[in-house]
Design a protein around this ligand. Structure first.
Ligand code: ATP
Length: 306
């Protein structure tokens, strides 16, 4: 599939301190890509480089297949973004804010403004000043502003930061709608796995300024393995019984008194019943499910992923 963003060894150092290094990131057309990492990992810095707000110290950015640099910023016309917090003129209405933005861009089209406001479903706000908007409404207005020029890519830095659960769900629905119905590719960032996994197709994990992994959520879900772990003083006989009585083929003795059963379709109850009937002591038996958190915890050890 066509790459909307592709970076090669992207790096940024500020006053001699490296904050982002060696980032090879690919965002494909039509996908929702989530950049996941703890606070301070470098997400904002990467997004600022991708949207031309700061200049990389080294490395390369390809935007829509063309190099992005100081003298070649064409690609940015196809990008809308909210980096950090969306700032508006608080004493003006949504419409007035968007009009000013369009004038600034040299692109004045009242219909486009109306469409953008409709797109984010901001209603009954004709006379309302932005200072009376909730944070969720401001985020929506930010997306409307980013969407005015009908971008093919929207970059959102922590779009759910500070929102309440309903606001978070609304934002997620909005991103999905814009992605599915308008084919807009998204690059989002978050430090909360639970949020990003509900909306992203693919996740890039960033830690200490480096992209440590890039995975699709469906791949991780397939890799997830569930097993039953059993502690007993008689592992040999237990293994024998499981194989011969319950016809299990996927058993592993992991310690002298511990067995893991990876076979599917067998319950803790069935196993307990068999072993009790054979007078085998069970010190412990438990089903383990490796979660997405487990997966990412290994990627971001010591991080504050929620
Ligand atoms: N202009 C700058 N000067 C000095 N340090 C900076 C600058 N910009 C970013 N940093 C530092 O680089 C690191 C990465 O910052 P960045 O804002 O990209 O992280 P982040 O992952 O977006 O985290 P957060 O969600 O907290 O913003 C942080 O330690 C930050 O303090």
């Amino acid at each position: 599939m066509h790459a909307v963003i592709q970076t090669h060894k992207l790096a940024k150092a500020v006053k001699g301190r490296t904050i982002v290094s060696d980032v090879d990131l690919t965002v494909k057309q039509g996908e929702i890509y989530g950049l996941l990492g703890p606070n301070g990992a470098g997400k904002t810095t990467v997004m600022k480089m991708l949207t031309g707000l700061i200049i990389p110290t080294s490395g390369e950015i390809m935007l829509f297949g063309k190099k992005l640099n100081e003298s070649a910023k064409e690609g940015l016309k196809r990008v809308g973004s909210i980096i950090e917090y969306p700032i508006f003129f608080e004493h003006l209405t949504a419409m007035e804010n968007l009009q000013l933005h369009c004038e600034y861009l040299g692109f004045y089209d009242k219909r486009a403004i109306r469409q953008a406001l409709d797109l984010v479903q901001l209603k009954d706000i004709e006379d309302k000043k932005v200072k009376h908007f909730s944070l969720g409404m401001k985020q929506r207005l930010g997306i409307a502003r980013a969407a005015i020029t009908k971008p093919e890519l929207i970059v959102l830095d922590e779009p759910t930061n500070g929102l309440d659960p309903i606001g978070i769900k609304d934002m997620r629905d909005l991103i999905r709608t814009l992605n599915k119905e308008y084919g807009i590719t998204f690059l989002l960032s978050s430090h909360i796995l639970g949020e990003i996994e509900q909306v992203a197709d693919r996740i890039g994990v960033i830690r200490n300024g480096q992209l440590v992994d890039e995975v699709t959520l469906s791949d991780i879900r397939q890799q997830r393995t569930d097993y039953i772990e059993l502690v007993t003083s008689n592992v040999q006989r237990t293994a024998f019984l499981l194989e011969h009585e319950l016809h299990m083929a996927n058993i592993k003795i992991v310690q002298e008194n511990k067995i893991r059963i990876y076979d599917e379709g067998v319950s803790v109850g069935q196993i307990s019943k068999l072993l009790v009937s054979q007078d085998i002591d069970i010190e412990e038996i438990q089903k383990h499910t490796s979660t997405l958190e487990d997966y990412f915890y290994h990627q971001i050890q010591g991080g504050d992923l929620a």
